[in-house]
Design a protein around this ligand. Structure first.
Ligand code: ADP
Ligand code: ADP
Length: 230
C-alpha cells in the first residue's frame, strides 16, 4: 500500500516576469517500507519535493495523499500535527541545539508531545543507545564529530516512532566513513519497517537505497528500482 501518493503536483514560483515550475506535473507513489532516494542536479526541485512530502510546504496544485488522506484540505495546525505524528526529519546540518546535551536534544520532540520528564530522558537514552551513542548522552553537539551529531539527529527523528523518515542530504557534511555508518543506520531503520525517503546528489549514497527517483527541471525523469533489491 502507498504511504505517499502525489498526483500531478505543481509548485510554481512567480518572481516578476520569471515563472519557475519547481515541481512540474510530478506523480509518484511510495509504498510502506520503501527506501527511496531522490537525486538530481542543483535546482532540479529536490528540496521543494521534500518540503511538500514533509508537509512543510503546500503545492500550487495537484493532490498529495499521505496515508490515504489528501492533505490539501488540512489547516496549518492539522498539517503540523500530521507531520509531528508521522514524519521524522533529518537534515544536512543536523539542526541540533548546541547548548543542550545529546540526551536533551533527542528528548525535545517529547516536550511538545506532552510526555513527562522522567520518561523523556529514559526514552532519549534508549534512542541514543540504539544509534551507538549510549556513552555520549551527556555530551553537547559541539563536542561531537559530524557523524556523531548526525546519529543524535537520527535518534531525535525516531523518538516519536514515526512511520516515515525524511532526510535532506543527510551525508552532505560527512566524510566517507561516517556517511557509510549513517547509511547503515538508515538501512537498519528500514529493515525495522520505517519508510525512508532521502534527498542526495551523491550516486554512491543513492545506490545504497532500494529505489532512485531522478529529477530534472522540476520533472521526475526516472524511477529506478535497484536490481539487488527487486
Ligand atoms: P534543488 O533542491 O534540487 O536544488 P529546489 O527545490 O531548491 O532544487 O529548487 C527548484 C527550483 O525552484 C529552482 O529553480 C529554485 O531557484 C526555485 N525555487 C525554490 N524555492 C523557491 C522560492 N521560495 N522562491 C522562488 N524560487 C524558488
Ligand atoms: P538545498 O541545498 O537543500 O538544495 P537550496 O539552496 O536549493 O537548498 O534552497 C534553500 C532554501 O531556499 C529552500 O528552502 C528553498 O525553497 C529556498 N530557495 C531556493 N531557491 C530560491 C529562490 N530562487 N528564491 C527564494 N528561495 C529559494
Amino acid at each position: 500500500t502507498a504511504v505517499i501518493r502525489l498526483e500531478d503536483i505543481m509548485k510554481t514560483y512567480v518572481m516578476g516576469d520569471a515563472v519557475v515550475h519547481a515541481l512540474d506535473h510530478v506523480s509518484v507513489e511510495i509504498g510502506v517500507g520503501e527506501f527511496t532516494s531522490i537525486m538530481g542536479p542543483s535546482g532540479s526541485g529536490k528540496s521543494t519535493m521534500m518540503n511538500i512530502l514533509g508537509c512543510l510546504d503546500r503545492p500550487t496544485s495537484g493532490q498529495y495523499y499521505l496515508d490515504g488522506k489528501e492533505v490539501a484540505g488540512y489547516s496549518d495546525d492539522e498539517l503540523a500535527r500530521t507531520r509531528n505524528a508521522k514524519i521524522g526529519f533529518v537534515f544536512q546540518n543536523f539542526n541540533l541545539l548546541p547548548k543542550l546535551s545529546a540526551q536533551l536534544n533527542v528528548a525535545l520532540p517529547l516536550v511538545y508531545a506532552g510526555i513527562g520528564e522522567e520518561e523523556r530522558l529514559e526514552r532519549a537514552k534508549t534512542a541514543l543507545e540504539a544509534v551507538g551513542l549510549g556513552d555520549r548522552i551527556d555530551h553537547n553537539p559541539t563536542e561531537m564529530s559530524g557523524g556523531q551529531r548526525q546519529r543524535v539527529a537520527i535518534a531525535r527523528a525516531l523518538i516519536n516512532d514515526p512511520a516515515i523518515i525524511m532526510a535532506d542530504e543527510p551525508t552532505g557534511n560527512l566524510d566517507t566513513k561516517s556517511s557509510y555508518e549513517i547509511m547503515d543506520i538508515f538501512k537498519k531503520m528500514n529493515d525495522n519497517g520505517k519508510t525512508v525517503v532521502m534527498v542526495t546528489h551523491e550516486p554512491d549514497i543513492a545506490e545504497q537505497t532500494k529505489r532512485i527517483l531522478t529529477m530534472r527541471d522540476g520533472k521526475l525523469v526516472s524511477d529506478e528500482w535497484r536490481a539487488d533489491h527487486v
